[in-house]
Design a protein around this ligand. Structure first.
Ligand code: ZN
Length: 344
């Protein structure tokens, strides 16, 4: 068990060998008072120069977004592997995506090395008052810190070294910017994506709680669980591919014009097709047949004249009980109905 001394601006960690392991290496910040975990800056891992000026704003971010890199779950936990990953991501983002630099603010390797992503992210974090505009989640890039975690966490969880550094890093970011631990989200909360994987996403309540503990602020009950949308997809596990939430989605797709879609509560190829068509019509970022944080808010705003299908969607979620059906349907009510049905 590590010992943490909480200060106003962050925390000091003691009793962790990894801090001592990293300090003294070139390009690695010392884990000193209120400095958070050691972070390898861009020069430390040999980043290319950014191609255009990085936008720095005089505003604090208000949330953290957790991502996974969707790369292999490598067994090489060394610093060389971590630096290679940071360079590979930067090359991909600059050369293939055409971005000015890495999209994320920070990267954590499976071995627990924390690296700066986009240039000036570390300087902004140290200031506690500035934010670098990232490119990790459209619509969230000026208000959130994006942390990429190396690996693919759809079926398995992250190694202990990565997890420890993720919670330390989140605690440091929360402390620096005054972000509440309940404001830690997954990429899928805002987009139609599997990121950060079912397993790591499922660990976010635990992360919020542990970050709260590191900050000396107990996070309990509903604050552990961020308001979110259930992620649906063909062939997904549990309620993500069948059941009342899928039924409701099918009614809402029909309300949006997919009249040929059969309502059977089973997310099959025909439904994937209908979702893709819906996404294309609404110009979502991804046209991938997955219903997540971008498509749900659009689906629950059906066009006028679709009241019957909307009513059927609601009944599917309240188990046919008219007494449990809400009288007002706004986005928040829908989200509550859907998450409740998905978890029961
Ligand atoms: Zn992501």
């Amino acid at each position: 068990m590590s010992v943490y001394i909480v200060t106003r601006r962050g925390f000091v960690l003691g009793g962790l060998a990894s801090g001592a392991l990293l300090s003294g290496l070139p390009g690695v910040a010392e884990a000193s008072s209120a400095a958070g975990p050691p972070i390898i800056d861009c020069d430390g891992w040999g980043a290319r120069p950014n191609s255009r000026i990085v936008n720095v704003v005089n505003d604090r971010p208000v949330k953290i977004l957790v991502h996974h890199t969707a790369t292999a779950n490598v067994e090489d936990y060394g610093r060389g592997a971590a630096e290679g990953l940071a360079r590979a991501i930067q090359n991909f983002h600059m050369d293939r995506r055409g971005w000015i630099d890495s999209g994320q603010h920070f990267t954590i390797s499976r071995g627990g090395f924390v690296l700066e992503g986009r240039r000036r992210s570390l300087e902004a974090l140290r200031s506690g008052r500035k934010q670098v505009e990232g490119a990790h989640c459209t619509g969230q890039n000026l208000v959130s810190i994006g942390i990429e975690n190396e690996g693919t966490y759809t079926d398995t969880g992250p190694p202990g070294a990565l997890w420890d550094r993720l919670r330390e890093m989140c605690a440091y970011v929360c402390g620096q910017y005054g972000i509440r631990p309940g404001e830690i989200f997954g990429h899928r909360d805002f987009k139609d994506t599997l990121c950060p994987g079912d397993v790591l996403y499922g660990m976010l309540p635990r992360l919020r709680g542990e970050v709260g503990d590191l900050l000396g602020k107990r996070v309990e009950g509903s604050s552990l669980r961020a308001a979110s949308w259930p992620l649906l997809r063909e062939g997904g596990p549990g309620t993500s591919s069948r059941g009342p939430v899928v039924l409701a989605a099918q009614h809402l797709l029909r309300a949006a014009g997919a009249l040929d879609l059969t309502v059977d509560g089973d997310f099959g190829p025909a439904m994937t097709h209908a979702v893709r068509r819906f996404q294309a019509e609404h110009a979502t970022e991804e046209v991938n047949g997955i219903i997540g944080g971008e498509s749900w808010p659009l689906l629950v705003r059906p066009p006028p004249g679709a009241d019957d299908e909307v009513a059927r969607a609601v009944y599917a979620l309240v188990d046919g009980s008219s007494t449990r059906a809400p009288s007002v349907l706004d986005e928040g009510v829908w989200r509550e109905l859907l998450t409740h049905a998905a978890s029961s």
